[in-house]
Design a protein. Structure first.
Length: 178
């Protein structure tokens, strides 16, 4: 049977309740993570541009060989692309988690796991003496992304947040069965 569209003033289905405080805080932390990633992107570009001659003399930057004459633009472009992807992921996860998407909460946790592995890798590079500032800056950049990520993931899995991420139909069905 044909059902007309609902009127413009009424919603078609049940509305999701507003996000609880832990979710709102986690979303703010994700926006802060995006801003910190932008700062890390800029600092990395400055280091690549300013320190490139010394880096080329050593032959490596962040584990990448830079002895070829075309290495500088490739390194700069790669840094920009990876940095923009990181910023986009922060913004995407902030928006999706703020809308109560459970898959976003799970993906945010997985991305935090990847950031943890990156932090461990950067920590190992700092511990091994290389005589350069790049490993230290890499560690600081990884920590800039890791700390808000840790806080956001912790907040997203709090009991008050978990109720927000349950599908609406599931919540209504559970209410009818009880």
């Amino acid at each position: 049977m044909y059902q007309p569209y609902p009127s413009a003033g009424r919603p078609a289905g049940p509305l999701r309740p507003p996000a609880p405080a832990p979710v709102r805080t986690a979303v703010k932390l994700m926006y802060a993570g995006a801003a910190l990633s932008a700062v890390d992107l800029i600092i990395g570009l400055v280091v690549i541009i300013v320190d490139f001659k010394a880096t080329a003399a050593r032959g490596r930057f962040g584990g990448v060989s830079v002895t070829a004459p075309h290495a500088r633009p490739i390194l700069i472009m790669g840094w920009i692309v990876v940095g923009l992807i990181g910023i986009a992921l922060w913004l995407w996860m902030a928006r999706a988690n703020g809308q109560g998407r459970n898959w976003a909460r799970i993906l945010s946790t997985v991305l935090f796991g990847v950031a943890t592995l990156q932090l461990i890798s950067d920590l190992q590079q700092v511990v091994s003496p290389a005589g350069t500032i790049e490993p230290v800056l890499g560690l600081l950049g990884a920590m800039l992304g890791w700390l808000p990520g840790l806080s956001a993931v912790w907040l997203l899995w709090r009991p008050a947040s978990s109720a927000f991420f349950k599908p609406q139909g599931f919540t209504q069905a559970m209410g009818r069965q009880v």
